[in-house]
Design a protein around this ligand. Sequence first.
Ligand SMILES: Nc1ncnc2c1ncn2[C@@H]1O[C@H](COP(=O)(O)OP(=O)(O)O)[C@@H](O)[C@H]1O
Ligand SMILES: [Mg+2]
Length: 371
Amino acid sequence: MKAAPRLVKPTLDHEPVIKVEGLIKDYIIPAPPTRRGLTSSLRAVFATRKAIRRALEGISFTVPSGQVLGFIGPNGAGKTTTIKLLTGILTPTAGTVRLLGFDPQRDRYRYTYHIGLVFGQRSLLWYDIPVIESLRLYADIYEIDRAALKRRLDWFSELLGIGEFLHVPVRKLSLGQRMRAEIAASLLHDPEVLFLDEPTLGLDAVAKERVRDFLRQVNREQGTTIILTTHDMTDIEALSDRVLIIDHGRLIYDGAVEPLKRLDDVRVIQAELATGADVAAVAASLGDLREYLAEPGSLTERGTAEPGTAEPGTAESGTGPPRLVLRVPRDRSVEAVGRLMAVADLADLSVQPPRLDAVIRRVYERGVGAG
Ligand SMILES: Nc1ncnc2c1ncn2[C@@H]1O[C@H](COP(=O)(O)OP(=O)(O)O)[C@@H](O)[C@H]1O
Ligand SMILES: [Mg+2]
């Protein structure tokens, strides 16, 4: 089926769709109580003393029309805050946001017609009524006529499969179904820019893939600019033309996905050896794979590392089960697993991509390109 026709024609091709300059956001929070205990907690509730938490330290970027831009970063980095500032939900402490020439705060009413918004944590849909009723309400709000609504619904049914549960109340939907319905609601009025805050959070692999496929299609067929936040490097790899890494309210990377993927091109192999195994002997028989033994306590490992062990990447019995941790280039991970299985008696084995915080730390340490 052909893409549904646009309801609103963007005319600002010559300008970036989004322009952010020196964006700072402070949250005012109650000052932490000076003493522990109930009375001081109570005092804190009524306290006039306030503290400032700076969530964004002054970030700047522009987004050209039709780009898929992924924000990635650890919890508390400032991703949601950024989305809220871009969509006019929050007011900046300092700095400016222009989106399609609008000031999201001042022009909030007109602006709403041009953007779509999906918050993983907050619903556009009414909980107790069938999905179709929520969509009809939005169609009324956005003044979408019945014929146009039908075209949109056909399109969403085909690509998102929402036809199956249009008449089911939201509270009875699975998380994956709800997210598909949310995305349909956010795109009903065919906005030029779509914001999604953690759209794949909590979804299983199949549901994630479905959401990603659909977003790719929306971007390709309708030219919709997409800004999404995620914890999940796989979302970024599958979707983004460009990635911004945000950490402690600062942008620490702005660029293509490809160099990050190279930086991320290792696998973390954790091997738990059978009780009483001789870790040093196993390590010695790894040959040239020995150089990939991870440092103890390293963030590059999944799970907890044992600090203070003598041999890198190993843990002697007495500090838990004997373990070996290897960070190997991805193209040698199969070989490394084979070697481990041949030389050691294994109790458990896992192979994982590095954690996001490890990738971010490497961006700090080396910049991108050196990895
Ligand atoms: N309403 C709020 N009041 C006070 N502090 C907040 C509020 N919302 C977020 N923060 C703080 O701002 C920082 C950034 O949060 P957030 O934008 O939610 O990060 P992310 O979405 O990347 O996890 C965090 O330190 C968080 O605790
Ligand atoms: Mg968030």
